[in-house]
Design a protein. Structure first.
Length: 130
């Protein structure tokens, strides 16, 4: 095989490898965000039991609920723009402004993003009303 042919094959191999690597890297960086509204809830709990789980053992509760889609039922205690608080202990962030009346019992599905020790609240984002 001639030297020119070897250089051409080597260059083509490097170029193809670079293109495939760039494509895979781009797909990894810019993959679609998770659509929690379309997922089934991994757990269905009350606001009281969810908060109690976190207060009893935060690491165990994180292993069970963190970054999972859960359905939480409770009584609406605060509504502020796109945030609804259930039983003063479960903070639920919505994409749009909510108009749920305080005192109403609801079930909210969202992704658990953890426990805020300072406020004593479990936090959910990407919430939808069931």
């Amino acid at each position: 095989m001639s030297t020119k042919k070897k250089v051409l094959i080597t260059t083509a191999t490097i170029l193809i490898t670079a293109i495939v690597t760039a494509y895979l890297w781009y797909g990894y960086l810019y993959k679609d965000a998770r659509d929690v509204s379309g997922e089934d809830a991994a757990f269905t709990v009350t606001a009281e039991s969810l908060t109690a789980d976190y207060q009893a053992a935060q690491q165990t509760a994180d292993a069970k609920y963190l970054n999972k889609t859960i359905a939480v039922s409770g009584i609406v205690t605060t509504v502020a723009d796109s945030v609804v608080t259930l039983n003063d202990k479960v903070f639920c962030g919505f994409e749009k402004k909510m108009n749920e009346p305080e005192g109403k019992e609801v079930t909210i599905k969202g992704r658990c993003i953890g426990y805020d020790e300072l406020f004593g609240e479990v936090k959910l984002d990407q919430c939808t009303l069931k």
